[in-house]
Design a binder for this molecule. Structure first.
Ligand code: E4P
Length: 222
């Protein structure tokens, strides 16, 4: 399982890098706009915090494929290892072919159907990001879409990976992982919730009480 954090907030990224087995950070234009400072600054700051070994995803904004290609090159100019997010519009699909030909890694984004995902994978996208919660919000089934994407990747033996996105709760994350999604990108608040269970907290508190009653306050096994 590849875990990524869906935010551009530097404090949240630093904390997650410190605590969790994080493989990368994903952003989108709304996430970037929340930070209200230049994109270049934000991407450079994130790279500094995550180091060279983790992935960083940033999205193009152009409407035409040729503009998206230029944006992809410009993003690579900011961060050589950037993974460029491209929406699965017809122009986006054209852009994916052009961007892939430049050797730039691609995440196909704004995926709402398995067929969008399949075509993006054939066009050269490495990651395919279905919007799970946005589908659930319209009484569709985000997990089902992610699951069918996994099935298509396996059926056609494609190199692409499902990067399930847009989560509002842990149950959605749990279900896409059961469905075999290769990776997930999760906002910090939901990410933190993945580890929360009251019996874990009370269990650890019980160990501390029993141990400290005999060995003393703040004693470790050292
Ligand atoms: C990731 O590719 C998406 O940009 C993101 O997860 C969307 O999440 P949201 O539906 O919470 O905005």
């Amino acid at each position: 399982m590849i875990y990524m954090l869906d935010t551009a907030n530097i404090e949240a990224i630093a904390m997650a890098v410190d605590l969790y087995p994080l493989a990368g950070v994903t952003t989108n234009p709304s996430i970037i706009a929340k930070e209200n400072r230049p994109l270049r600054e934000i991407l450079l700051d994130i790279r500094e915090v995550i180091g060279s070994e983790r992935m960083l995803h940033a999205q193009v904004m152009g409407k035409d494929a040729e503009v998206m290609l230029e944006e992809a090159k410009a993003l690579r100019g900011i961060d050589h290892d950037i993974i460029v997010k491209v929406p699965v519009t017809p122009q986006g699909l054209k852009a994916m072919k052009l961007i892939a030909a430049e050797g730039i890694r691609i995440t196909a984004t704004a995926i709402l159907t398995p067929q969008q995902a399949l075509m993006a994978a054939v066009a050269g996208a490495e990651f395919l990001a279905p919007y799970v919660n946005r589908l659930d919000n319209i009484c569709s089934n985000g997990v089902q879409v992610a699951s069918e994407m996994v099935h298509l990747i396996n059926t056609y033996q494609l190199d692409a990976k499902v990067l399930a996105a847009s989560f509002k709760n842990v149950q959605q994350v749990h279900e896409v992982t059961l469905a075999g999604a290769h990776s997930v990108t999760i906002a910090p608040d939901v990410f933190d919730q993945l580890l929360v269970h009251p019996l874990t907290e009370s269990g650890v508190a019980g160990f501390v009480n029993d141990w400290e009653a005999i060995y003393g306050h703040d004693k470790t096994v050292l």
